[in-house]
Design a protein around this ligand. Structure first.
Ligand code: CAA
Length: 263
């Protein structure tokens, strides 16, 4: 791997996009390496992922403008599909993914953060979809995910004006859940990831699937999706241990529920 770093601490994996000279811009190689990294995550042991960018300046400054500049219509569609396929893999990854946005999150950078389950950022983060200023639309899911995450009106304003926003505004419109200093960001992401990793893993996975799949459909079908995933949990050891500890009224033990299934 030239452009992706991957390290595991306990049950938390951290993926770092490592193309600092180009502010971690996404070219085809970065996308291929990210896809291969996700394929190689050991889901037996890893229960939560963090995605971040190398360096103190940028999370991801977008898709690679140099690579895109000479594309034909067909090649551009294929490049869009390449990005969309990787981002969808991230979005539907069985375990939660936290984006720790440590600087510029522009174009494809904002888009990849929106493919993660949770976004937190540092106070120097800048978000935006500047594509119309380059003569293109967002191409890695930005037109779809921004409208779903914030509101159609706010997404349209940001995309049509190509205006970048700072961390505090991203927080105000609900694009990120929290803002930290640069030093605090990764520790905060790791703390959150560890907190997720200590919960019952099948329940966490099922909750992710219920939320994601439910959002794709109407409420009548969505609650059926939830019912099935809720029911599945009752075949797990974690449900028996978790509820058993509660009913025993053993506070110490209740805090010590150790999930032991991860498939
Ligand atoms: N693609 C390719 N290279 C990029 C890049 C990108 N998106 N963003 C930055 N870089 C490169 C620069 O070319 C520069 O390389 P050199 O040192 O070789 O010249 C290096 O990163 C550092 O960048 P700057 O010198 O520009 O740094 P700066 O601090 O002056 O500005 C910035 C930072 C405001 C983020 C500026 O780099 C910038 O505007 N980048 C482009 C942001 C952008 O438009 N992103 C959207 C791309 S389109 C897209 O993503 C489409 C899609 O949806 C699929």
């Amino acid at each position: 791997m030239d452009f992706i770093l991957y390290e595991v601490e306990g049950a938390v994996g951290t993926i770092t996009i490592n193309r600092e000279k180009a502010l971690n811009a996404l070219n085809s190689q970065v996308l291929d390496e990210l896809s291969a990294t996700l394929d190689a995550v050991d889901l037996e042991t890893v229960r939560c992922l963090i995605l971040t960018g190398a360096g103190a300046k940028s999370f991801v400054a977008g898709a690679d403008i140099g690579e895109m500049s000479t594309l034909t219509k067909a090649e551009a569609e294929a490049f869009g599909k390449k990005g969309n396929d990787v981002f969808r893999k991230l979005e539907t990854f069985p375990i939660p993914v936290i984006a720790a946005v440590n600087g510029f999150a522009l174009g494809g950078g904002c888009e990849i953060s929106m493919s993660c389950d949770i976004r937190i950022c540092s106070d120097n983060a800048i978000f935006g979809q500047p594509e119309v200023g380059l003569g293109i639309t967002p191409g890695f899911g930005g037109t779809q995910r921004l409208a779903r995450l914030v509101s159609p009106g706010m997404a349209k304003q940001l995309i049509y004006t190509a205006r970048n926003i700072k961390a505090d505004e991203a927080y105000r419109i609900g694009l990120v859940n929290a803002v930290y200093t640069q030093e605090e960001l990764l520790p905060a992401a790791k703390k959150m990831a560890a907190g997720i990793a200590m919960q019952a893993p099948i329940a966490v996975r099922n909750a992710k699937k219920a939320i994601n799949d439910g959002l794709q459909t109407d409420m009548d079908q969505a609650i059926v999706i939830e019912e099935k995933l809720f029911g599945d949990c009752f075949e797990t050891e974690d449900q028996k241990a978790g509820m058993g500890n509660f009913l025993e009224k053993d506070k110490e033990k209740k805090l010590k529920v150790v999930p032991f299934q991860n498939k």
